[in-house]
Design a protein around this ligand. Structure first.
Ligand SMILES: NC(=O)c1ccc[n+]([C@@H]2O[C@H](COP(=O)([O-])OP(=O)(O)OC[C@H]3O[C@@H](n4cnc5c(N)ncnc54)[C@H](O)[C@@H]3O)[C@@H](O)[C@H]2O)c1
Length: 419
């Protein structure tokens, strides 16, 4: 039987997957956001992951996209790539993955495979999603329908490590499903696949990849706080320590977004449910979430020493997205910096050539600057190291006696303050 793939959720993860699979298979993409579908049909991907030429090529190859689930009726493999955020109380918000699963049950047929790529805690696929499919379709798990889990590792904004260049972990609900999925993903992933022994192992592997990164950055952020008190440049310490073969390279900074700053809460939630309250995982989160406050405290100390009236202080933040070279503004910690500063009465401009100005205004109520002009600032914060900022010399936009706080150590200018 010919493999026909349905991809549910055409965002940062789903769209590149749909485009890549469409080179070899018939693919139907579904997104509940009608505007997203309309823009994609006009060859416009606001995530910047797929350019218009690639999109045109995919449509030519037969990729069909819509907001209508019934268009996926001929698919026999479904891949779910919808968001898995957290709620206000930092507990997992599974409502979107549950909704996508419920919606899918209207087109699932005997023999189909449903693969989850969304990041979850171990157990969500088999304990939350499978029962929904069983109940709604009355089909029997591992007899009438089969399940897979294959976590996504894409790195938005990274044009080198694209989807096919990253090894993919694949798991199946039984041996034959694993083999089918392994060969399916192998056919598009040049870097190859890793067959995980179970769905829970694959789920856990993904969530710890991001948790490990969060904890490592938190450690370096903690060091930055200590070295700051000691009057030592953290970047110089890291450079020196990095000459040892097994010293890991991490740098201080803000940790936002919807993966590294979110996924540890998924693991912590599951641990707590099992009666264990994780120490390191949550300490890492706490440290990283504290960084905007620490940075603003440092800036306020400098301003206080200058004896300035905060109401007359004008500042500029360079970068508004959650990470470099990526337009994604979800859970951007730049917002926290902005809010902390506003509390002191300082006036703030924010400039980001990559962030969508309308989205940013809608989400955070802040108007991004269109361009940098004649305005001069008392201080400038480099918050996100977009490559485009290399073309800017922040000094040109400073008032006399102004200063630059380079959170990322991006400009390598000794006169700038670094985290
Ligand atoms: N972006 C990343 O860097 C990245 C990397 C690895 C894993 N992940 C994980 O992948 C998952 C998806 O993340 P993303 O960044 O692609 O999210 P995204 O917000 O960019 O895209 C998700 C898309 O799903 C759509 N959607 C939501 N509910 C739907 C439904 N019921 N039916 C159809 N479409 C629906 C949304 O409209 C959106 O376009 C998350 O679990 C995330 O943690 C993300």
């Amino acid at each position: 039987m010919q493999t026909v793939i349905g991809i549910i959720g055409l965002g940062y993860v789903g769209l590149p997957l749909a485009v890549t699979f469409s080179e070899k298979y018939k693919v139907f993409g579904l997104d509940s956001n009608y505007d997203r579908i309309e823009k994609l049909k006009e060859f416009e991907d606001k995530t910047n992951e797929i350019n218009s030429i690639e999109l045109k090529k995919s449509f030519k190859n037969g990729l069909e996209i819509s907001s209508n689930i019934s268009n996926l009726v001929s698919c026999n493999v479904f891949i779910i790539t919808v968001p898995t955020p957290i709620k206000k109380d930092k507990k997992p918000d599974l409502s979107l993955i549950i909704k996508a699963t419920e919606n899918l049950t209207s087109v699932i047929d005997k023999g189909n495979i449903i693969v989850y790529e969304s990041t979850v805690y171990p157990g969500v696929t088999e304990e939350v999603c499978v029962p929904i499919i069983e109940e709604k379709t009355k089909l029997i798990f591992n007899k009438d329908f089969f399940i897979g889990y294959s976590p996504e590792r894409i790195n938005p904004g990274d044009k080198k490590r694209t989807i096919s260049m990253i090894k993919k972990v694949v798991a199946g609900s039984n041996k034959s499903t694993l083999k089918v999925l392994s060969s399916l993903y192998n056919s598009i992933i040049k870097a190859g696949v890793y067959e995980a022994p179970s769905i829970k192992v694959a789920e856990a592997a993904k969530v710890i990849e991001n948790t490990q990164r969060d904890i490592n950055i938190a450690f370096i952020n903690e060091l930055a706080i200590i070295f700051n008190k000691l009057g030592i440049d953290t970047h110089e310490v890291l450079k020196a320590a990095g000459t040892k073969w097994n010293f890991l390279k991490f740098y201080p900074g803000l940790v936002g977004g919807h993966c590294i700053g979110i996924d540890p809460y998924y693991l912590a939630f599951k641990a707590k449910e099992l009666g264990y309250s994780p120490k390191m995982i949550l300490a890492g989160r706490e440290t990283n979430d504290y960084m905007p406050i620490f940075i603003i405290n440092e800036i306020v100390k400098i301003l206080s020493k200058k004896n300035v009236d905060f109401k007359n202080v004008k500042s500029l933040i360079l970068g508004a997205t959650f990470k470099e070279n990526c337009p994604d503004i979800r859970n951007s910690k730049v917002l926290n910096i902005y809010e902390e500063l506003i509390d002191f009465g300082v006036s703030i401009d924010v400039f980001d050539p990559l962030a969508d100005k309308i989205d940013f205004k809608k989400t955070f109520g802040i108007s991004l600057k269109e361009s940098l002009n004649d305005e001069r600032y008392d201080f400038i914060i480099l918050a996100v190291s977009h490559d485009q900022f290399l073309d800017i010399n922040p000094k040109e936009f400073l008032k006399k006696n102004g200063f630059v706080y380079d959170i990322k150590g991006f400009y390598n200018d000794p006169s700038f303050i670094r985290l």
